[in-house]
Design a protein around this ligand. Structure first.
Ligand SMILES: [Zn+2]
Ligand SMILES: [Zn+2]
Length: 370
């Protein structure tokens, strides 16, 4: 069976306009590709960033990069996936052969650019009603009923795992928990500050809790986010007024500065706060994606005298085929909260509302169910 498939999809055609729901045609998989019937797709801040130009992706664009579903068709040469298999999307393309892939750091793959808005071969399997090709977010475009993806952008999972929970591992959970486990390697008993408690920040918090951090300070401008932060393991909360310098309260709450601080907003100013706040020998990790022109500054002298580290974490420094199953095993063992992350389920017709709610910060995670 290799048929084109009509699918309703969430598109951005114009910046700073509400997203659109259109019927597109999804073409069958070619060599090394699979078609997936999507069951659920999380609505991520990066999708919003593509609709307002913070992340520059050529339009028209099918949104979505955090989904799970079932394989319905497989292309030539696909041997480890069959129709009926459950998969989670991964929004990094990994060539498997460059030096970064070879050293086990596929998020740094030099060939990633090949699958930014197309499949890795530079072509698309998606057409709109007029027959024009439609780009796909990060080689995924999974905010749609069906999507054809490279096998390098999917990870097989156990069928017993609820797909709406599994979807979240495709971005927010891996980005947040991975930053704790893989990038910072937080050790038990340490102190952690988390700046920004959206979908990713909440997962940094629960990652820090699983890692055994002794003190976890959550920072946000919204009280509702701080209440969620507490549910996910924060031991202390700090409400931030925009522009206020929280270095002192952060140092006071952690006995001289946290061992680790995670910036989950994407702001040079907050990256500088994370760096200032950490104690001697501490590590500040920038997880949020800032605008391209944004920059940050640190007092140079503190680098040698205090041996501080300022680093970044992309996609939780993950290896999808290793980390997705590990995270889902933690979920199945009752240690990773995924059900609790989903605070609202939307139909595809409600996609514009899902984006409005994301912007307003009312959800831990909103999920579109198909
Ligand atoms: Zn995302
Ligand atoms: Zn590579």
């Amino acid at each position: 069976m290799s048929d084109s498939q009509a699918a309703r999809a969430v598109l951005c055609r114009e910046l700073n306009r509400p997203v659109l729901v259109e019927t597109v045609t999804v073409d069958p998989p070619r060599r090394g590709e699979v078609m997936v019937k999507i069951a659920a797709c999380g609505v991520c801040h990066s999708d919003l960033s593509a609709t307002n130009g913070t992340i520059g992706m050529k339009l028209p664009l099918i949104l979505g990069h955090e989904a799970a579903g079932a394989v319905v068709q497989v292309g030539e040469g696909v041997e480890d996936l069959a129709p009926g298999d459950h998969v989670v999307s991964s929004f990094i393309y990994m060539c498997g052969t460059c030096r970064y892939c070879a050293m086990g750091r596929p998020v740094l793959c030099v060939n990633q650019g090949k699958a930014l808005i197309t499949l890795p071969d530079g072509t698309l399997r998606t057409r709109d009603a007029r027959g024009e090709a439609v780009n796909i977010f990060s080689g995924c475009g999974v905010m749609a009923e069906y999507a054809t993806l490279s096998v390098q952008n999917v990870v097989k999972i156990e069928r017993s795992i609820p797909l709406e929970c599994a979807a979240l591992v495709g971005c927010a959970v891996t980005t947040g928990v991975g930053a704790v486990f893989n990038t910072a390697r937080v050790v038990p008993g340490s102190s952690v500050a988390v700046i920004g408690c959206g979908g990713v920040g909440l997962n940094v918090i629960q990652g820090a809790a699983i890692a055994g951090a002794g003190r976890i300070v959550a920072v946000d401008t919204l009280v509702s986010k701080l209440e969620m932060a507490t549910q996910f393991g924060a031991t202390h909360t700090l409400i931030a007024q925009r522009g206020e310098d929280l270095t002192k309260p952060l140092k006071q709450l952690t006995g001289g500065g946290p061992d680790y601080a995670f910036e989950c907003v994407g702001s040079g100013e907050l990256a500088a706060l994370a760096y200032r706040a950490i104690g001697r020998g501490g590590t500040a990790v920038v997880v949020g994606i800032a605008k391209p022109a944004d920059s940050t500054a640190v007092r140079t002298m503190t680098l040698p005298f205090e041996e501080k580290t300022l680093t970044g974490s992309l996609y939780g420094s993950c290896v999808p085929r290793i980390d997705f199953p590990r995270l889902l095993a933690l979920y199945m063992a009752g240690r990773l909260k995924l059900d609790e992350l989903i605070t609202h389920r939307y139909s595809i017709d409600e996609a514009p509302q899902a984006f409005a709610d994301l912007e307003a910060g009312t959800n831990a995670r909103g999920v579109i169910k198909f």
